[in-house]
Design a protein around this ligand. Structure first.
Ligand code: ZN
Length: 105
């Protein structure tokens, strides 16, 4: 492994988590781990090949007994973690909103 990149941490159920991107030497592939910042523990048994979706993150957290409430994106209907989403009227929007903004630039 060459490098670790911590993405934006987020808080859910009072704990801080972060997606850690691992950059490997000699191969193009990267892997992504879900890490609990409280004790720097990797939560997922298997790394993700791509940045995990909120639904994938929630699944891992639930597997570890953490009761995560998921919201639903008002635009695309994807499940999302309120911790990483944006408030939109009475609901939530996820990353698709950022992409939409970028596309309209
Ligand atoms: Zn969306």
């Amino acid at each position: 492994m060459v490098r670790e990149i911590d993405h934006e941490p987020f808080e859910t159920v009072g704990e801080q988590y972060v997606v850690r991107e691992l950059v490997w030497n000699g191969i193009d592939g990267r892997s992504y781990d879900l890490v609990s910042l409280a004790d720097d523990t990797v939560l997922a048994e298997e790394s993700f090949d791509e940045y995990p979706t909120d639904a994938q993150i929630a699944k891992v957290l639930r597997h570890h007994g953490i009761d995560v409430e998921l919201g639903v994106c008002a635009f695309c209907g994807d499940e999302l973690l309120p911790a990483t989403a944006h408030r939109h009227h009475n609901g939530w929007v996820g990353d698709c909103w950022d992409k939409r903004l970028r596309t309209n630039e």
